[in-house]
Design a binder for this molecule. Structure first.
Ligand code: FES
Ligand code: FES
Length: 171
C-alpha cells in the first residue's frame, strides 16, 4: 500500500549486516540508522549529539566508509555492511587502536570517543601508517568538547607507531 505521495505506507522491513551479523528490523521511512542501531539493536555505543551531521559522535562504517548515522535513513542502509564501535573489539579484546587510545587517555567524558574510534579505524584501514597531519585531517570533522584533541591524536599515533600493546587484538 502506498501513501498519496507514493511513499510506502507503514513500517518497512530492512535487513543488513551489523558487526558481522545478519540483523533485521521494522522501521518507519523517517527512522535514522542511528536510531535503528540504538533503539532496535541496543548498540548504544553509537552516540547522538547534534543529530545534524555536525559533531561526528554518531559515526559508523557503512560499507567500509565512515558515515554520520544520524543523517542516514535506516531504510536506505538495507543490504549494507555496518560496523559500529561495538564491532572493533574481537572476542572481548580491545583492538590495537582502542588499547592505544585507552593507554593515551584519549578521552575525558567519552561522549565523542566512539565517533573518533570509528573515524580513526577507517583511516588506519586505508592508510596503516599515516602522518600526524594525516591523522589530524582525518579527524578534523569530529568534535570533542573536553580534550583539546591532543590526547586523541597522540592515541591514534600510538596505535601507528607504538609497540604492540599487550593483549591487543587486530586494529
Ligand atoms: S549526532 Fe550525528 S553528526 Fe552529531
Ligand atoms: S571526551 Fe568529552 S566530548 Fe570528547
Amino acid at each position: 500500500m502506498l501513501e498519496s505521495d507514493g511513499r510506502p505506507q507503514g513500517p518497512l522491513t530492512i535487513r543488513l549486516q551489523v558487526n558481522g551479523e545478519e540483523r533485521k528490523g521494522e522501521v518507519e521511512g523517517r527512522t535514522t540508522l542511528a536510531d535503528f542501531l540504538r533503539d532496535q539493536l541496543g548498540l548504544t555505543g553509537t552516540h547522538l549529539g547534534c543529530e545534524h551531521g555536525v559533531c561526528g559522535a554518531c559515526t559508523v562504517l557503512l560499507d567500509s566508509r565512515p558515515a554520520r548515522s544520524c543523517l542516514v535513513l535506516a531504510a536506505s542502509a538495507e543490504g549494507s555492511l555496518v560496523e559500529t564501535v561495538e564491532g572493533l573489539a574481537r572476542k572481548g579484546e580491545l583492538s590495537r587502536l582502542q588499547r592505544a587510545m585507552w593507554d593515551s587517555h584519549s578521552f575525558q567524558c567519552g561522549f565523542c570517543t566512539p565517533g573518533f574510534l570509528i573515524q580513526a579505524a577507517a583511516l588506519l584501514a586505508e592508510n596503516p601508517s599515516p602522518t600526524e597531519v594525516e591523522v589530524r585531517c582525518a579527524l578534523s570533522g569530529n568534535l570533542c568538547r573536553c580534550t583539546g584533541y591532543e590526547s586523541i591524536v597522540r592515541g591514534v599515533m600510538a596505535a601507528v607507531e607504538g609497540p604492540e600493546p599487550a593483549g591487543a587484538g587486530p586494529r
